[in-house]
Design a protein around this ligand. Structure first.
Ligand SMILES: [Zn+2]
Length: 441
């Protein structure tokens, strides 16, 4: 196999260079709103507002919002232009869009909403109710992530909303724990595909003492299933929001992977002729740690076990996904850019795409070191899976150690490229401001 010589693509403008940034909390590509309420009688009349903010300084957001009723069917709501079950959103860089229901239904319409977008957006939902036309109370909450586990402060009157983001039936266990951490009582609720339910804790947990105070845990009953949940304090008859209760790492790996993927893919698509955007496949199989790119299927596969190996760092995840995207770019562009070795070249893409998406390229060293650590144990990793030994023909050592040995040089090379110099400088000034002056970033 003949490799093309290293080609530094001068003039490759990193369109997102100045927008490298970290996402604000609550910023997701799939934003779940576990409760919407609209209309009702004059004695308790509800409206719901959805606000979306695009935190990106240079890129526009496009997306879609869908509404579902308790039974999972499409829910029509009127935002002023007639009832709709979904609508598109388009948000300019750093822009905001707000959608507010008009409260048309005579009996209150209850359900939930899912917003999907090409880039992470910050989503906020507000609920307000009025009595005989006089506004009474309102509460707002951040869009939540899907998770296998939620935990929130609770009393017997705490409101709980749950939803099923999947197309299969979902079992959800709701448990009340007293201040000593002892389970007082629990119940299991089954939601149909895209189904939803909302209730007070005492409604779903019969026998819960009226003076109960402690925590509520909402968890899915089967492995690799995810729910959407939200809690609302109604103590003393006053609505008050609780913070998002989804437990993040390592519970919501799917959302983490897809968020990092969207950002890295966005940088790749803005700078390389990818054609049809590759599809991400997240594989929950239990087995040897792996990720790979299929250029024939135009897919990047990442196994959950790979995400779990590097699960404490989205920067390491960005490097791995960028590496696999690099293989797609190698095929699309018909050559190598950073190295005459396929794997090291893909590592160059991993560093560059992670940097462009606002992640720390030093995560490349972290990911390779963890893979090297695991690769001496065949029960963890297939030693030959990325074939660098075959490519080099001579290297008897772990391919990950070999790549780890040159990753800092690769980082220096990436930052020497004219199109990356400003970004490396900005990243160093803001994130690594105490590094030695001669560090590349
Ligand atoms: Zn590779």
């Amino acid at each position: 196999m003949v490799f093309k010589p290293i080609v530094l693509v001068a003039g490759l403008a990193f369109a997102t260079a100045v927008s490298a940034q970290f996402d604000p909390q609550g910023s997701q590509v799939t934003s779940y709103f576990p409760q919407v309420a609209d209309g009702g009688s004059a004695s308790q009349h509800w409206i719901t507002s959805l606000t979306f903010v695009n935190p990106n300084a240079t890129l526009s957001v496009t997306g879609t919002v869908n509404f579902y009723a308790n039974n999972g069917s499409a829910l029509a709501l009127d935002f002023g232009a007639g009832p709709v079950t979904s609508f598109p959103i388009a948000i300019p860089p750093q822009g905001t869009v707000v959608f507010t229901t008009i409260g048309a239904p005579e009996s209150v319409a209850i359900g939930w909403a899912v917003a999907t977008s090409n880039l992470p957006v910050q989503g906020v939902v507000q609920y307000r109710y009025s009595v005989n036309g006089v506004p009474q109370q309102g509460v707002s909450a951040l869009a939540t992530e899907a998770s296998a586990l939620f935990r929130s402060p609770a009393s017997s009157t705490t409101g709980v909303a749950i939803a099923n983001p999947s197309l299969s039936a979902l079992g959800v266990k709701i448990a009340a724990l007293d201040p000593s951490g002892v389970t007082v009582t629990s119940n299991t609720v089954t939601l149909g595909p895209l189904g939803h339910g909302s209730f007070t804790l005492s409604q779903v947990l019969t026998g819960l003492p009226a003076n109960f105070r402690g925590t509520v845990i909402v968890s899915t009953t089967a492995p690799n299933t995810y729910a959407v949940a939200w809690t609302l304090s109604t103590d003393l008859g006053v609505l008050a929001s609780y913070p998002p209760s989804a437990l993040n790492w390592p519970i919501s790996q799917y959302e983490r992977i897809s968020k990092v993927w969207q950002k890295v893919l966005g940088v790749a698509a803005a700078n390389y002729p990818l054609g049809t955007a590759p599809r991400l496949v997240i594989d929950p199989s239990v087995g040897q740690i792996n990720s790979f790119a299929s250029t024939s299927l135009n897919e990047v596969h990442i196994f959950m076990n790979m995400a779990e190996l590097i699960s404490d760092s989205e920067s390491e995840l960005a490097f791995v996904l960028g590496h696999e995207l690099g293989h797609i770019i190698q095929t699309a562009s018909g050559g190598l850019q950073f190295s005459s070795n396929t794997e090291r070249d893909a590592d160059g893409y991993g560093l560059q795409l992670a940097l462009g998406a606002g992640y720390d390229p030093y995560g490349g060293g972290g990911a390779l070191a963890k893979l090297a650590m695991a690769s001496s144990t065949p029960t963890l990793i297939n030693p030959g899976f990325d074939n660098i030994q075959a490519n080099l023909g001579t290297d008897p050592h772990s391919s990950f150690l070999d790549r780890l040995g040159v990753i800092f040089q690769s980082l220096q090379s990436v930052c020497l490229l004219p199109q990356n110099q400003a970004l490396c400088g900005m990243y160093k000034a803001t994130v690594h401001s105490h590094f030695p002056l001669n560090a590349p970033l």
